[in-house]
Design a protein around this ligand. Sequence first.
Ligand code: 5GP
Length: 180
Amino acid sequence: MLSGPSGVGKGTVVAEVRRRHPDVWVSVSVTTRKPRPGEVEGEHYLFLDDEAFQWLIDNDGLLEWAEYAGNRYGTPRAPVEEQLASGNPALLEIEMQGARQVRSRAADAQLVFLAPPSFEELTLRLSGRGSEPADVIERRLAIARAELESVGDYDVVVVNDDVARAADQLVVLLTAPPPA
Ligand code: 5GP
């Protein structure tokens, strides 16, 4: 599982993983957030309304879910279970509460923290993205601060100073046998 603060470049690193290693399977999450310009239904997310999201929760359709900055996000259970049952690794790009839920149930799940080179760099990237209003950015930075403080909960830290390098490191971790 890949987690890390908003704006750190998780989406970019995952896109690079897909580009360089098309064989790596990446989970597509469901969310109640509205699509950003350029986001494709079924590729970046499945965009659901509150009712449909709630239906999935009630019917045990999600492996984990969490509320993040006013929206809900979750991992559809069946595709991940099918993937793991076939003996292949699955990459989940999710925030920390969700990652902890998965971790508590699947002890062999590896938790990777994608860290920014620095907090200043993260602030710059998040403001520079221009996709969110100032209050949303503030909210995401506050969450990021808390996430950076609990970096010790993770199995591995990958610093996103170079997208290609971070993507390669992630693929090595995905395909390497878990530590004994
Ligand atoms: P964004 O709105 O920027 O796409 O995502 C906000 C946060 O939600 C990010 O930290 C992202 O990793 C997380 N996220 C995306 N999908 C999921 C999911 O299925 N479950 C959980 N728990 N978090 C998710």
